[in-house]
Design a protein around this ligand. Structure first.
Ligand SMILES: [Zn+2]
Length: 69
């Protein structure tokens, strides 16, 4: 049920808070801590501040190996 975003997602991708039903774009979300262990950044609703999900970041090593192949 968590919102899962990616770096590649456009900033104007529409998202909805399942708690207070706020609707808006990814760029309006409150960004939380970056968790290096799992390579994600948590995101929170700008209206009710509840946890919505996370941004899954690209793994750099994979990118590099793709370019080299
Ligand atoms: Zn909300």
């Amino acid at each position: 049920m968590h919102l899962i975003l990616e770096d590649a997602d456009p900033d104007d991708r529409q998202v909805e808070c399942r708690h207070c039903h706020w609707q808006g774009s990814v760029s309006e979300l409150k960004k939380g801590d970056y968790l290096s262990l799992t390579n994600i950044t948590e995101v929170f609703c700008p209206k009710c501040s509840r946890y919505l999900g996370f941004i899954q970041h690209d793994v750099k090593d994979e990118e590099d190996s793709l370019k080299n192949s």
